[in-house]
Design a protein around this ligand. Structure first.
Ligand code: C2E
Ligand code: CA
Ligand code: CA
Ligand code: CA
Length: 277
């Protein structure tokens, strides 16, 4: 029995070691990809109202592999967050965003809103606030708006520096939106909604509009409106969802129905012609 226990223990330890090496290897690859400029900023248009006019965009990270394949954010952002690489990664994206938007300056409507995802690892680092401000300064007079999308505000505020950063962002005129609200194991807590400017209605709720007589989406929208919060819907894929959301007062929408995330040239095309609906 003793030998069996010992063998089992050894196996567990070895599995742990393998996992650590595997993570270290993946982290090294990601760091190298960053250094080689393989992580790039893509943009998903946000549309306002019924005419398909683009009023903003969300910045989403993509990994351009040397063989031409594009890797989605879900495949490497969690690793970037665990390893702390999310801070330099976001800096790199913000630099690209400044460059890309400068090139499409003439196409940007006044009040164009650029949304960037913020991770808890950014708490305690001043680079995010500074990079957002740099973007604002670059477009002085054009009234470019900058939005920070934060998931799990409660977790964020427990990280040292987290609450301070959210306040500093808002003081600098940067809109703070709650991302992934009431998804997964998180409940629908009104507390989460205090001290943010608005929330993103998650894709899972948009896809579930008619599952129950009163959907989660409807409850969330009502709660948000009661608290005078802005609502932006994500993951809008059908005309029915688009119209339902409009009818319920959600004018800013984002999703494959309008456009998938695209590279800078694609965003210019959307700005120039509007999105096809
Ligand atoms: P998110 O912030 O909730 O972003 C929305 C995700 O839904 C994006 O996935 C987007 O491509 C996808 N999406 C948009 N419209 C539709 C639709 O109509 N249907 C469907 N099925 N999906 C749609 P993506 O780009 O793979 O990003 C996944 C998550 O990774 C994001 O979720 C965000 O939490 C995180 N992420 C992405 N880029 C960054 C980044 O630069 N920094 C940080 N911190 N997180 C990022
Ligand atoms: Ca987001
Ligand atoms: Ca989401
Ligand atoms: Ca979450």
């Amino acid at each position: 029995l003793l030998s069996m226990v010992c063998t089992a223990l050894l196996l567990v330890l070895r599995a742990g070691a393998v996992k650590i090496t595997w993570t270290a290897w993946r982290t090294r690859r990601l760091r190298r990809a960053l250094a080689r400029g393989q992580i790039q900023a893509w943009y998903q248009p946000v549309v306002r109202g019924q005419q398909g006019l683009v009023c903003g965009c969300e910045v989403l990270a993509r990994w351009h592999l040397p063989d031409g394949r594009i890797r989605g954010a879900a495949r490497f952002i969690p690793l970037a967050e665990q390893s702390g690489l999310i801070v330099p990664l976001t800096r790199l994206l913000m630099r690209q965003v400044r460059r890309d938007l400068a090139h499409m300056r003439v196409w940007l409507p006044p009040g164009f809103d650029v949304a960037v995802n913020l991770s808890a690892a950014h708490a305690g680092s001043h680079t995010f606030l500074r990079d957002c401000q740099r973007l604002q300064w670059l477009f002085r007079g054009k009234a470019l708006k900058v939005t920070a999308e934060v998931t799990e505000r409660v977790v964020f505020e427990q990280v040292p520096g987290g609450a301070g950063l959210l306040k500093a962002l808002q003081a600098a005129g940067i809109r703070v939106m709650l991302d992934d609200f009431a998804t997964g194991h998180q409940g629908m807590s009104g507390l989460d909604m205090l001290a943010v400017d608005g929330l993103k209605l998650d894709r899972s709720h948009v896809q579930d509009l008619h599952s129950t007589p009163v959907s989660q989406a409807e409850l969330i929208i009502r709660l948000a409106h009661l608290m005078s919060l802005e609502v932006v819907a994500e993951g809008v894929e059908t005309r029915a969802q688009h119209e339902w959301l409009l009818a319920h007062g959600v004018r800013e929408q984002q999703g494959y129905y309008f456009s998938p995330p695209v590279q800078a040239e694609g965003l210019v095309a959307c700005l120039a012609t509007g999105v096809f609906m």
